[in-house]
Design a protein around this ligand. Structure first.
Ligand code: PLP
Length: 376
């Protein structure tokens, strides 16, 4: 068996004519930077998620950085981040002068734990930091618990910046990610649910002032005139070619999200008894960036992964070490009760092949291998 962890070939075959004509259109007009496809994509993204404004940029990390720049986050501020996430969530904090403060996650959702957030806020205050911002992550495609997080943020006067790099298009109690948070960000890295053929990202907001600041910051801090810089910015634009590619993919994205639900459902039915499968609250729809399972007590994760590998089923561990235990981040403050769930999950989780084009037959084979491999 040769199985793709994420199959981008099947998708490309499906949209090949549209992709070709979109790319040809860019080659014909030659506006490679900020061409018409960029504006068309931004309008399409905003409509898709229900945010007032969508602004594209060079990648999902820049999207987060631009968000903190627009909010004026700086020295003395505490920015709360889950520890069980990709490094980009936290790495944009120290360059602003602010301090990342690590928060634990919930064991069932893998997402930010609000009780841990409360403790971390109190601790940040005790060391004279001002709680300024929280960055919930929609890990593996499932929205964080935004109602609870927004209530705390409101009480504390903090901004919510939703890192939806893995979760664009997911829904949370009737709201679509992208429209949640003062600012939401996403990534178009090829392997993300909505990916381009290179690097790309986007920022979402319904606040006009923030939108205007980000428009300026992403083009060197420009003012009304291109060579008159009002602030120190960065260069972070999405290539027109990537926007053209994303337009072809956005057109089928809703259909793909639905296809991902069926794949997740079949996994749940097939392996729900042998491993701990992800739980999705009834009022949420995940976009299943990853299908991440946990071993049960007594099961040996690495041995199971090896058996699957030997049978041709690729698996990956996201993430084998929480950020607060990594060299670059271990000196930053954490929830004073510790981050035991993040530490435990990093030893128990692994992710299975997941993409919208995983056909039933192939998935049945994967499920058989997993059921065999998970036997103690
Ligand atoms: C991928 C990812 C990012 C960064 O996106 P890039 O486009 O790779 O810069 C940020 N946060 C999370 C949670 C991610 O998974």
């Amino acid at each position: 068996m040769s199985i793709a962890f994420i199959d981008l070939v099947a998708q490309q075959q499906r949209i090949k004519p549209e992709l070709d004509s979109r790319i040809q259109a860019v080659l014909a007009h030659g506006n490679y930077i900020m061409g018409p496809e960029v504006a068309e994509l931004e309008a399409g993204l905003a409509t898709f998620c229900g945010a007032k404004y969508a602004l594209s940029c060079a990648n999902g990390t820049d999207a987060l950085q631009l968000a903190l720049m627009a909010l004026g986050i700086g020295t003395g501020d505490a920015v709360f981040c889950p520890s069980f996430t990709f490094a980009a969530t936290a790495e944009i904090v120290p360059p602003t002068g602010a301090t990342p403060v690590f928060v634990d996650v919930c064991e069932d959702s893998y997402n930010l734990d609000v009780k841990s957030l409360e403790r971390a806020i109190e601790y940040a205050r005790s060391i004279k930091l001002k709680p300024a911002c929280v960055i919930p992550v929609d890990l593996f495609g499932l929205p964080a618990d935004y109602d609870a997080i927004e209530a705390i943020a409101k009480r504390e006067g903090m901004a919510v910046v939703a890192d939806s790099a893995q979760g664009f298009g997911a829904t949370y109690r009737g709201r679509t990610t992208g429209s949640i948070g003062v600012i939401a960000t996403t990534s178009f890295f090829p392997a993300k649910p909505l990916g381009c053929y290179g690097d790309g990202g986007a920022i979402f907001t319904s606040d006009e002032a923030i939108c205007n600041l980000i428009k300026s910051y992403r083009v060197h801090g420009k003012g009304s005139h291109k060579y008159d810089n009002e602030r120190v910015g960065i260069n972070s634009r999405l290539d027109t070619l990537q926007a053209a590619i994303l337009l072809a993919k956005l057109a089928i994205y809703e259909d793909e999200i639905e296809a991902r639900q069926l794949v997740a459902q079949r996994y749940e039915e097939g392996i729900g008894e042998v491993l701990i499968t992800p739980s999705t609250p009834n009022d949420c729809r995940s976009v299943w960036a990853q299908y991440t399972v946990r071993v049960k007590a007594g099961q040996d994760r690495d041995a199971i992964m090896q058996r699957l590998e030997a049978a041709g089923v690729p698996t990956v561990v996201y993430y084998s070490r929480p950020l607060h235990q990594q060299t670059a981040y271990r000196d930053f403050p954490v929830d004073p009760n510790g981050l035991s769930i993040s530490e435990r999950l990093s030893k128990e989780v692994f992710s299975l092949p997941m993409h919208p084009y995983l056909d039933v037959e192939l998935q049945e084979q994967i499920i058989d291998v997993v059921v065999q491999g998970a036997r103690i």
